[in-house]
Design a protein around this ligand. Sequence first.
Ligand code: PDD
Length: 278
Amino acid sequence: RIVYVNGAFVAEAEATISVFDRGFLMADGVYEVTSVLDGRLVDFAGHMARLERSLAELEMAAPAGREELESIHRELLARNGVTEGLVYMQVTRGAADRDFLYPDGAAPSLVLFTQSKPLIDTPAAARGLKVIVLDDIRWGRRDIKTVQLLAPSMAKMAAKAAGKDDAWMVEDGFVTEGTSNNAYIVTRDGAIVTRDLSHSILHGITRAAVLRLAREAQMRIEERPFTIAEAQDAAEAFVTSASSFVQPVVEIDGTALGDGTPGPVARRLREIYVSEAL
Ligand code: PDD
């Protein structure tokens, strides 16, 4: 596999990053994951806009402009022959002598790699996800897409240990989001409910696209927090992310939703999203 590191396309075994890189020492870095369907980048402009926002919030220099980042994405896809899968892009503040203060003038590090994998035909999309419920122990700026991912890793491990697929996280009695996706319910009277944007959740690029498509399809949307009790009583539930598009949730903390199979709203939104992306 060919990866991109700081200006060069190299074999993954040849790629190097400094041990003083602040991404490595302090999780001082941000990232984006963009999906690829039929060889094309999905929602790329949205991912670029969010990267720029994450960088600005952390006063981090951009490693390159939008057009250059896009051409690096395309070249890496071509070199690895990826037609369906993901591109991961990470920007860190770069290498500097270890200090909590941001260093002056460090050159940002830029790393990209690809993962070829089926995104459309997946068992999880057909079957639906079972989720456990956990306290949200992450930091207070989840709107910045940083590489500090230990809390979601721990949550996914807990889900796996419980024989489930994923976790929904709760803060002050309300669902924030999934470990690596935004969370939604569909009420019995047909409204799509998802938490409103704030520092508490990542502003999902797939979320923005799916809400736009739902509005265009005349579906009712409520952007507000919801509880686990409301979710367990809902007609259906689902999650969205670049890596899963729209994925039905069929069980929350041991309670099956409806008849325990993917619901019609989630299935329809997945179809609409994928057909627009293709
Ligand atoms: N995760 N919430 C969290 C905490 C996430 O990590 C993600 C994405 C999302 C969905 O955002 P988007 O629709 O822009 O992918 C929401 C990526 C896919 C990951 O970490 O692999």
